[in-house]
Design a protein around this ligand. Structure first.
Ligand SMILES: [Mn+2]
Length: 337
């Protein structure tokens, strides 16, 4: 958490700064949108105006969230974004650690003379003016809650704020199943429920969001599963042709990688997917327990992330990328338990 001195300074900034931006990462997920909207609702309740800017479009299953329609999608609103950054005097950077994570907005952020406040749970953050970075936190939404608490302003958390923060916690903890889900998380969830969150409503928006095409893609990816039993590892993949056959839409394959981990005794899973636009393979890694997929991806597949969830990529063909993966897992990785 920010030190007491910093919290007092931030309170002062909220009173004096007039052009406040809330910024989150490229391809915003539930935690990115949830923390941004949660913070915005809270600020509104404090009488503080703010604007949320995201680099690109976010998934349909997050559009129901209160005020989501007012989020500025920078790639569609180029002029507006330009002016907003030029005028900004305070920028909250949520759920990302380094400027490249906001893609085409990177130089706008680094060039801006606004005061920059980072609240994030990814590793090795860049330097900002105020930093609340904690990789032990399951979600930025949890950190927003704790930030509000530290300001002594819990009473400003209304139903809308609570609903947004709940959503990010739900998505970033895999529905409260990942190891990052702590007793503190559940205490915070309890107080969010007391503020009036309907968990069934959030779950039905966020989790029951399949299209027929996505279900067919899921069938295809499940058929692709290969197991390396001696390393408790599962591999899944989708080709370009399969994506096109079922009318792939951005976000359709989100969560597919987790099916590998749903198999008895599987502790490590990788999902390989041919990219439709570029000539590379996108890879998602997930693990259970101590096996560090962030390190694995950094070492072998030009990526990174968290201990149990990471992304990576390969310039090889799909077949060769999978072959490389198998070779490494079989020959270079100790037992995965
Ligand atoms: Mn997050």
């Amino acid at each position: 958490m920010f030190s007491q001195d910093k919290l007092i300074e931030i309170k002062q900034l909220l009173k004096t700064k007039k052009n406040i931006l809330i910024l989150t990462h490229q391809n915003p997920d539930g935690d990115a949108i949830g923390s941004s909207l949660g913070l915005q609702h809270f600020l509104t309740n404090m009488g503080v105006q703010s604007t949320i800017i995201v680099p690109n479009e976010f998934p349909k299953f997050l559009k129901w969230m209160p005020n989501a329609k007012n989020i500025i999608i920078a790639e569609y609103r180029v002029k507006f974004t330009e002016i907003a950054f030029a005028k900004a005097d305070l920028i909250f950077c949520l759920d990302f650690n380094t400027a490249p994570r906001i893609n085409h907005l990177e130089s706008k952020l680094t060039d801006s003379r606004a005061v920059k406040i980072l609240i994030d749970h990814h590793q090795e953050p860049d330097l900002f003016d105020y930093v609340y970075s904690d990789t032990s936190q399951p979600a930025t939404c949890q950190m927003i809650y704790k930030f509000i608490e530290a300001l002594g302003e819990d009473s400003k958390i209304d139903e809308n704020t609570a609903c947004c923060l709940y959503t990010g916690l739900l998505t970033d903890t895999g529905s409260f199943r990942f190891r990052n889900t702590t007793a503190e998380t559940h205490r915070i969830i309890a107080s969010l429920l007391e503020k009036g969150v309907y968990p069934d409503m959030v779950a039905s928006h966020v989790l029951d969001n399949n299209t027929p095409g996505r279900i067919k893609l899921l069938g295809t990816v499940l058929n692709s599963i290969e197991i390396i039993p001696e390393k408790n590892t599962a591999i899944l993949y989708l080709t370009k042709e399969q994506l096109l056959e079922f009318g792939y839409q951005k976000g359709d394959t989100d969560g597919f990688v987790n099916y590998g981990l749903s198999i008895t005794d599987i502790k490590f899973t990788a999902f390989f997917m041919e990219d439709l636009q570029h000539d590379f393979i996108k890879i998602s890694f997930r693990s259970k327990g101590d096996f560090d997929v962030n390190q694995f991806s950094r070492d072998y597949f030009n990526g990174g992330g968290h201990i149990n969830a990471a992304g990576g990529r390969s310039e090889l063909s799909l077949k060769n990328a999978i072959y490389k993966f198998k070779t490494i897992v079989i020959n270079e990785i100790d037992e995965i338990t």
